[in-house]
Design a protein around this ligand. Structure first.
Ligand code: FES
Length: 169
């Protein structure tokens, strides 16, 4: 008896789903997969950074400045990438820092005035780095300069030397 009643109730109509329609469940699944993917990429990046060596790569402080014949007598040559002047005088070569001893600006060689000038606060130096005037507290330092076995100039910016120590070539 009761079986007939149940079977007489019409089934609720099921929604017809189009083939390309996204259900709520599919949408939530895709959102979850996307979030898990982003979290996974983030954890891979953090793990890679953790295991990669924490090394600071600095440029070498020693550099080759080329053959001495590249520098004419009585010349001051600014090597921009090294921020050093290679000075050649009859008594020899010397390498002078181009970094001002006041606040670290890069100085400029002024051939017309025969001096090195700082554009920031007006310090002036002779070609050998001796201070002429301005707020710079010290002369421009000289770096060690020598010859390599194959005859090129070698400058060591970590070794300061006295201005009287020239390289005679
Ligand atoms: S930085 Fe050169 S004078 Fe101030």
């Amino acid at each position: 008896m009761s079986d007939t009643k149940i079977s007489s109730i019409p089934a609720a109509p099921r929604p017809v789903q189009a083939a390309d329609e996204i259900t709520r469940r599919d949408f939530l699944n895709e959102i979850t997969l996307g979030a898990l993917g982003i979290a996974g990429l983030g954890s891979v990046a953090v793990t890679y950074q953790y295991f990669s060596p924490n090394v600071l790569f600095e440029p070498s402080t020693t550099f080759r400045a080329g053959n001495p014949d590249l520098y004419p007598m009585h010349s001051v040559t600014f090597l921009q990438d090294q921020q050093v002047y290679i000075v050649r005088m009859p008594e020899g070569f010397y390498a002078v820092s181009a970094v001002c001893t006041h606040l670290g600006c890069i100085t400029q060689w002024k051939p017309d005035a025969d001096m090195i000038a700082c554009p920031c606060h007006g310090s002036k130096f002779k070609a050998d780095g001796t201070k002429i005037e301005g707020p710079a507290p010290r002369p421009l330092p000289h770096f060690a300069i020598s010859l390599t076995a194959d005859g090129e100039l070698l400058v060591d910016k970590l070794r300061n030397i006295r201005p009287s120590e020239l390289l005679k070539v």
